[in-house]
Each structure stands twice: as C-alpha cells, then as structure tokens.
Design a protein around this ligand. Structure first.
Ligand code: AVI
Length: 328
C-alpha cells in the first residue's frame, strides 16, 4: 500500500549513506549544480546501464567486445604468463567482456587470481555467481567500493605482480584532469613488471557520439533520471520526475559528452532526511556526467604524464575504440 511504501521510504532515508548525503548537498549548493556520475549505479541504475550497453546507438561496449574477442590471444600474451599475477579489474560491472579474457587465460594455463572491483555490490554479486557456474576453475576475490577506496584496499591486500584492467572507457567519466590523476594513482600501485590495460573511446563523427548518449528508446534518459529516484528513496527527497528532463550534448572541441538533468520549471525540492531544501530556476541544469573521447596522441601523452609507457594499441577496423596496454 502507499502508506507502507511511504513508511519504508522514510525508514530508508533515516539510514542514509552519509557520503552520498554530503556529496549531494555540496554539489547542489554549487553553481552550476552537479552530482557525480558515480551515484548512477544503484541496483536500478546498474540494470539500466546493462540495457544501455545493448542499445543499437551505444557502440562502445559492442566495439570493445569485438576487440577483445578477436585479439584475446595476443592481449593475453602481452600480460606475460610465465608467473603468477593478480588480474585486478576496476569497474568490473557484469564482466561480460572480461570473461573473454578470463576464458582465454585459463585456456593458456595462466596462473592468476581475478580481483573484480565495482561500486555496485549488486552487480558484483551477479558477477560472482555467474563466474562460479561458468568458470568454476577461476580463483576470485572481489571488492565493493569506489576506485580510490579500492586502490587503497588493493595496496594493502594484493601485492605481487599485477595486471590492472580498466575497460569500458570508464576512464572517460572523470572531471577534467581526473583521468590523469587516476592513472597517476594507479601508477603508484604498480611495480616494474606490472601492466595496465585501459579502454578509451576514440573521437569519431560527432553525430555518432551524440546519438550514443541520447538513444531513441529513452534508456539513457531513464538512466540519468534514475539518479533523482535514488535521491527520493535514499535521502527522502521529493523530486517530481515529470518536472525534470535528460539533456546531453557532445562538444567536438573538448571531446566531451556532458549530460544534465534540467529542471523544466522554477521549483523547490526538499530532502526530508537532511532537513534541507534546494531551489531550481526554470531550466536550470544539474551536471551529472562527463564522457571524454580521446585521440591516440592524447592517450600516449596521458600515459606519459602518468609515468606509463604505451606498449600496444588494440583497436577495431573503424578506430572507434582502443584498449591500450601500458607498462611502467
Ligand atoms: C560507464 N561509462 C563508460 C558510460 C559512458 O559511456 O560514459 C556511462 C554512460 N552514460 C551514459 N551512457 C553510458
């Protein structure tokens, strides 16, 4: 019943995540307003992202899948298979693409442990159970948390040789300069014999890029607006989802897709868990996501600045996407 729902929402909001509360409160005080895209990935958001990856307009996943599928043996050889390593994956998600490499590595009798890391505990549980049935011989140890917490945990718990995977163009979702900072953080964790494989979305026809973030079926819109649902549920906010809309655009100069949630009218939203209200002017936007697209030269420079040498580019025939292997 609706009463029961309201009660359970209030109970949820009373047990709110203090980090989410602080980040949202801070971000909505700023001009322009902003909320980090890391908060997209609650249970519903992770499911919507899985749907995005299947969309005809969303080329990155399909393209990277093909690169991994067609070049799996060569990529695996580059990892160096003569001694044990931790295969650490940052932002593992449903692991669909990684399973190609995992199967190949097992086939090549590599001695390794798979360490998937993700911000969504829900998606990691799904991954864990699918790995148990599909690849029972695989050794795994997963970690739930954001990237920086993960690196901290890895430093303490996973020493020895490492191959770090950061696929799916997750590197594109940082704020300006955050990509370099993050690679520098990863670099601190690496020893001379370690490697990193990073997935980059490459620059291409701006229309192709724009469409990937504004699909005809409206799945990306639902994904973006799910953030408001999450705030309603977890922080007791009263966002009326009909009064906000998804907007996204690609700037071919900076190479960044920016996504926003736009307030369709002047309105005030109250967060009951926080005793706090936020006003929106008509057509005011909350910036919710960056998605950077790179040129090959930018990728090499980025690596260099982070203290990483580009060892090999693995790309598709249209040069839509690249998995780039770096070494120290
Ligand atoms: C997770 N990340 C790489 C996706 C991207 O393409 O930037 C997130 C996404 N946002 C909207 N569509 C997909």
């Amino acid at each position: 019943t609706s009463n029961a729902n309201q009660t359970s929402e209030l109970v949820n909001a009373m047990n709110y995540d203090p980090e989410l509360a602080r980040d949202v409160q801070e971000g909505l005080k700023q001009t322009p307003k902003r909320i980090s895209s890391k908060y997209f990935y609650d249970g519903a958001g992770s499911k919507l992202f899985q749907q995005i990856m299947e969309l005809p307009e969303y080329y990155p996943t399909r393209t990277e899948f093909k690169i991994l599928e067609e070049q799996q043996a060569e990529i695996s050889r580059f990892f160096g298979l003569s001694d044990f390593f931790h295969l650490v994956e940052l932002g593992a998600g449903d692991g669909l693409k990684t399973k190609i490499l995992l199967r190949q590595l097992l086939h090549m009798k590599a001695d390794f442990e798979y360490v998937p890391v993700d911000i969504s505990g829900d998606i990691l549980k799904l991954l864990d159970s699918s790995l148990k049935t599909e690849l029972p011989a695989l050794k795994t140890d997963s970690f739930t948390g954001d990237y920086f917490k993960a690196l901290h945990w890895l430093q303490k718990n996973k020493e020895g040789r490492k191959v770090v995977l950061f696929l799916g163009s997750n590197i594109g979702n940082f704020e300006d300069g955050g990509d370099l900072e993050f690679l520098q953080e990863i670099r601190k964790y690496l020893n001379p014999e370690d490697k990193v494989l990073v997935g980059f979305d490459l620059r291409k026809d701006p229309r192709t890029i724009r469409q990937a973030y504004d699909d005809a079926a409206g799945v990306t819109a639902a994904f973006n607006l799910n953030l408001l649902k999450r705030l309603n549920r977890e922080l007791g906010a009263d966002f009326n989802l009909n009064q906000f809309e998804h907007f996204t655009d690609y700037d071919p100069l900076s190479g960044v897709v920016k996504s926003y949630i736009v307030s369709k009218k002047q309105q005030t939203v109250t967060f009951s868990a926080l005793n706090h209200s936020i006003s929106f002017a008509a057509w005011e936007a909350i910036h919710t996501e960056n998605s950077h697209k790179y040129t090959p030269v930018q990728i090499e420079e980025l690596g260099e600045k982070a203290g990483l040498k580009t060892e090999q580019f693995f790309t598709d025939e249209k040069h839509y996407f690249a998995d780039v292997l770096f070494r120290v």
